[in-house]
Design a protein. Sequence first.
Length: 289
Amino acid sequence: MSKPVNSKNKKVRILSLAVVAVLVIIVGFFIASGNSKKENTADKKVVTVGVLGSTDVPIWKQVNKELASKHIYVDLKVFSDGEALNQSTNSGQIDINSFQHYAFLNQEITQKKYNLKAIGNTYIQPLNIYSKKIKSVKDLKEGDKIAIPNNPTNAGRALKVLEKAGLIKTNPAKGYSPTLTDIISNPKKLDIIEVDPAAIIKLLPDFAAGVTNSNYVQANHLNPAKDAIYAIAPDVNDSYNQPWINILVTKSSEADNATYKEVVKAYHSKAVYNLIKDKYKGVDVPAFK
């Protein structure tokens, strides 16, 4: 004679079966999702593109929309270090990278003998002068402290900004990458100090002025175009701005790759141009037409 089923045990069994059923559905969903993704890219040429951080993700989503009819898909890889990204591109692990300007690329090629080449412009990020104390660079007094980025490439660019503003002169032989020791004229004896570029806006109360990247400016709720006391127009046709234009970079041997050229063409589409102009509001300015 069978034992009567305890109602409590019966409820537990029913609950357990329900949990198992839900797990089966969830697992099935993820397997289907995975297979769906593979099916979506199975008939496409996949191009791996490396970027720094997630800021440019909306741009590349639009690029993929432009590439859909060409059966090309950009697989975005996010890096946290630019030097590692260039190394991965040079070794062929990444097809194209998008994070640096010409000045940084040329520096990397010179120092590390990389076989890399720019295949298209993306945007330019203005590097302007900001202050909480004065309204114009003309108001700077003798001995005032100026903050500039402490990384070599942006420090050199910041010095060129100060030079463009008529505050200092640097050794012409150093081109667009001068250092503090390359200042050959400083009439107001400005005390130029290198600090973390991300901290410059917050440190402005301690400085007469500071020069930093527009993304850090926006992160501190300022407008790179409207809140600068001195701004250089991000005109891509101005020779001064040429070294600071951000670019798409690949191995030199792949510079004529037809698929990569389609990626550049998609990036240079009207839709991407409008997205950069509208979404990034002066932090990034399109460097193509």
